[in-house]
Design a protein around this ligand. Structure first.
Ligand code: NAD
Length: 348
């Protein structure tokens, strides 16, 4: 019950509104809470619970993720800012509920400037425990259904935008899309694209998940390592991050990339490499903003129509980014960052 909070004040956290290290030795709790930007609204960002090599690795992760949330919320034009928290998972034998309650107290101490939710290592049931010690939490089981169909719809809009800037048409009929990962978003995406007449090539490391998609939309299947060279017009990364890198970009058959995975570029140079190859890339935080929009719907109590309008606007945001990239001769990633920075009122 003895929560200790230390505000970090180092060059490393420059540009962040506040970053706190929180500890409660009685609960084996060691967390870090980062509020990157609240200009557009309270900072939203899930709680990641995982083993880190050390506090420094956890700090690097939380800073990167909090900043990413600011960009994602601004890209989605939703009234939320960016934040994130991590809990360094203790060695085995800890009391999970005590850990989460301690984390809730740390969240509560920020008085609503930061709102937490689920992330890797935490789920809706954990948020019920967090709720015991803070009101600033969303993603509870009664409010959070599966956001994946909404995220997938946003990816469809991003795909239509990529096609539109290349051909003047947003029609996906006959367009070949290689979907990497048939999990929650990948499956929903495949089904939505199928309805729109796209031709699908799918892959997953789980045969069962591939089979489930094939059963519903008759997609072609390829081995996980063949997805980059699959004869597709669009590559849709919906599995893990960093799949666009020095190994994959030179081999990529597709001329467009739009998918749900976070942090698709391994390095920023990969954004330039895509541009050099003439590949139209919709940056991940633009294409997968449907996930953040879904959480905003829960927090702001949006109607279906309001949520749909926000998701559909991913088309316009994507077109704006891709046109800016063309106009300024820069990568789509850089263009997306400039568009978002302009929305945040900084010089772009
Ligand atoms: P998921 O775990 O349900 O699905 C991921 C799938 O990818 C799994 O089926 C897994 O077997 C497969 N996979 C893993 N490695 C693979 C590989 N090398 N090749 C092919 N398949 C592989 O996750 P999800 O919820 O569908 O999310 C997918 C991605 O989108 C993640 O990066 C996630 O962070 C991101 N994202 C998801 C949402 C959402 O609404 N769920 C929102 C925004 C971003």
């Amino acid at each position: 019950m003895s929560l200790q909070l230390t505000k970090l004040d180092s060059p490393r956290v420059a540009g962040y509104e506040e970053v706190w290290v929180a500890k409660d030795p009685d609960a084996s709790y060691h967390g870090i809470l980062a509020v990157h930007n609240t200009q557009r609204g309270p900072a939203l960002g899930g709680t990641r619970l995982m083993r880190y090599a050390d506090g420094d690795a956890a700090l690097t992760d939380v800073l990167r993720l909090a900043r990413g949330m600011t960009y994602k919320c601004a890209a989605a034009n939703i009234p939320l800012g960016g934040g994130k928290s991590v809990i360094l998972e203790p060695p085995s034998g800890y009391d999970r509920a005590a850990l989460l309650r301690a984390h809730g107290r740390a969240v509560e101490s920020l008085n609503g400037r930061y709102i937490t939710s689920v992330d890797i290592g935490t789920g809706p049931v954990d948020m019920v425990t967090v709720r015991e010690t803070t009101t600033h939490v969303t993603g509870l089981p009664n409010e959070l259904n599966d956001p994946s169909p909404v995220t997938a719809r946003g990816v469809v809009c991003a795909t239509q935008a990529a096609r539109y800037v290349r051909s003047g048409s947003r029609d996906l009929h006959g367009v070949r899309v290689a979907v990497q990962g048939c999990g929650h978003v990948g499956k929903a995406l495949a089904l939505q694209l199928h309805v729109l007449g796209a031709r699908l090539i799918v892959s997953d490391v789980s045969r069962e998940r591939v089979d489930a998609v094939v059963a519903e939309c008759g997609a072609e299947v390829c081995r996980p390592d063949e997805i980059y060279v699959a004869k597709a017009d669009v590559y849709a990364p919906c599995a893990t991050g960093a799949t666009l890198n020095v190994q994959t970009i030179p081999r990529l058959h597709a001329s467009m990339v739009a998918g749900a995975a976070n942090n698709q570029l391994e390095t920023s140079a990969d954004g330039d490499a895509l541009r050099a190859r003439g590949i139209t890339y919709v940056p991940d935080f633009i294409a997968n903003a449907g996930g953040a929009i879904y959480l905003c719907r829960v927090l702001a109590g949006w109607t279906d129509a309001e949520t749909d309008a926000a998701v559909e606007s991913i088309f316009e945001s994507s077109v704006e980014v891709l046109r800016r990239a063309e106009r300024e001769g820069i990568s789509a990633q850089t263009a997306a960052e400039r568009v978002v920075e302009a929305r945040l009122g900084r010089s772009a």
